[in-house]
Design a protein around this ligand. Structure first.
Ligand code: GLN
Length: 483
């Protein structure tokens, strides 16, 4: 009988493999079959090399027979198309990287590999991680497996859809302004954005370097804790990783919230928010109180400036980071006559999609002389105020409870002609990136129409143990309920 990977968690797979209930070959085969059947409707994966996946699985089974161990030995994981995996394409959802093959492993990937994990396939994303719907991809949009006429969220929509759609046990995403947490919430999975500096960004194609973080999208909080523990820690190849010991995140999953103070930021429960989201998050808060937490109201007064601040800074950093894609060094090159400068222009005009071009233009503008002080510098100052808001809030409580997004998943196409509408949907997630703190998205209910809703748990920088503890206790208390 075929192995059913629909609900299987990473932890269950680890046990199944260790006890010999099934081999990595069987597990990987089941994953490939699920992808073959389900991916055409969802478009979560944009690239898959079945032979390569099976070779990795066979090697893992052989390693186990030879007595080797590894916390993730033989577990297949899916990877967002923005992380370098040696020998796999890395196209960032863009035409401009067509034909590019990664030459090395990102540090996060190398650590997963060292723990025995298999890296299977590439998941769809908004081009260069710019977007909130996974509709801005050169590979076509990803659909939400829970409701195919809705978006999967973004930019790590392919990863969330793979996990929610029964095609992967867990997947890697990246989060610059919500791209792990929001798709996780739209698809009904768990998503963790670690603190800035917790996981090395080496080998992650940069969008906005001061905001980007890698993190897991999983079916349970315990799986997120497991994957975080493998990937976290100082890396000499990324100077922004902090030299802080990696705690045993599994030990943080106590199952109760006794003694914790959880803050509800006033500014995150706003008019215009979807009422079903508000009700679900309020109910989750009440549940956390029952689990032993004390709930306090706090204020993050600069929240209303967060979207504007984020879109100035992210665009500015993107305009600098994306300058390297010029048709000379990587991937696609426009053909035609003329001077090299024309080749650069044509390559970038043809290779980048609309949203990426919009961000590059915006970013170049806010950095240009005469406007730098008015936009970029001012945004940096507001960023400091937002960070101080969090410092003040975390002086009063251990973690914060908020919605992940003001609405459930959008209908396909709904935000395509209205980028501002899409940007505003990031209001509750961009703040964590601006402040460098950590955030977890956990399913907390569904709308009457069946769309998943996510609860966000925010913790201070390097406070992952707290958000995992809160998310896990909440999740356990709702076990057996269809979320
Ligand atoms: N939606 C946000 C943006 O478009 C966040 C994306 C992300 O986190 N990568 O920039």
């Amino acid at each position: 009988m075929a192995l059913d990977i629909d609900q299987l968690t990473v932890r269950q797979a680890v046990v199944g493999l260790r006890t010999g209930a099934y081999s990595s070959v069987a597990l990987t085969q089941a994953m490939l079959e699920a992808i073959a059947t389900r991916n055409p409707a969802v478009n979560a994966f944009v690239w898959l090399d079945e032979a390569d996946a099976m070779r990795q699985a066979e090697a893992a089974d052989r390693a186990r027979q030879a007595g080797q161990q590894g916390v993730l030995l033989g577990v297949p994981l899916a990877v967002k198309d923005v992380l370098n995996v040696d020998g796999h394409p890395c196209s960032c959802g863009s035409k401009i990287l067509r034909g590019y093959t990664a030459l090395y492993d990102a540090t996060a990937i190398a650590r997963l590999r060292a723990a025995g994990a298999l890296l299977v396939g590439r998941t769809n994303m908004d081009e260069f991680a710019m977007g909130s719907t996974t509709e801005n991809s050169a590979f076509g949009p990803t659909r939400n497996p829970v409701a195919l006429d809705h978006v999967a969220g973004g930019s790590s929509g392919g990863s969330a859809a793979a996990v929610a759609g029964g095609m992967a046990l867990a997947a890697l995403g990246t989060d610059t302004g919500g791209s792990i947490r929001q798709p996780a919430s739209f698809c009904g999975c768990v998503g963790l954005k670690p603190s800035y500096g917790r996981i090395s960004r080496y080998g992650l194609v940069a969008y906005a370097s001061s905001l980007d973080q890698i993190g897991p999208i999983t079916r349970t909080v315990a799986d997120a804790a497991l994957l975080l523990g493998v990937m976290a820690g100082r890396d000499a190849l990324d100077a922004t990783t902090l030299d802080q010991p990696v705690p045993d995140y599994n030990a943080a999953l106590t199952g109760d919230l006794r003694g914790l103070r959880l803050g509800l930021p006033r500014e995150y429960f706003v008019d215009g928010m979807d009422p079903e989201v508000a009700v679900a998050v309020r109910a989750a808060t009440a549940r956390c109180r029952e689990l032993g937490a004390q709930i306090v109201e706090v204020s993050l007064p600069h929240t209303r400036y967060a979207v504007a601040t984020y879109y100035i800074l992210a665009a500015a950093e993107a305009s600098a980071n994306l300058a390297r894609f010029d048709g000379v060094r990587y991937g696609f090159r426009a053909t035609g006559e003329g001077a090299p400068i024309d080749m650069y222009k044509q390559t970038r005009a043809q290779g980048f999609g609309c949203e990426v071009q919009r961000r590059i233009i915006l970013g170049t503008y806010v950095l240009s002389s005469g406007y730098y002080d008015a936009y970029y510098l001012r945004a940096q100052k507001v960023r400091t105020l937002i960070r101080r808001d969090f410092d003040a809030a975390f002086a009063q409580c251990d973690a914060l409870l908020t919605p992940v997004a003001p609405t459930p998943a959008y209908r396909m196409g709904e935000t395509m002609d209205d980028p501002l509408h899409m940007y505003l949907g990031d209001i509750f997630t961009v703040t964590a990136n601006l402040a460098g703190v950590c955030g977890l998205s956990v399913p907390c209910g569904r709308t009457a129409g069946g769309l998943p809703i996510g609860l966000q748990v925010l913790g201070p920088a390097f406070g992952e143990e707290r958000v995992l503890r809160v998310g896990h206790a909440y999740e356990q208390s709702r076990q057996g309920e269809a979320l």
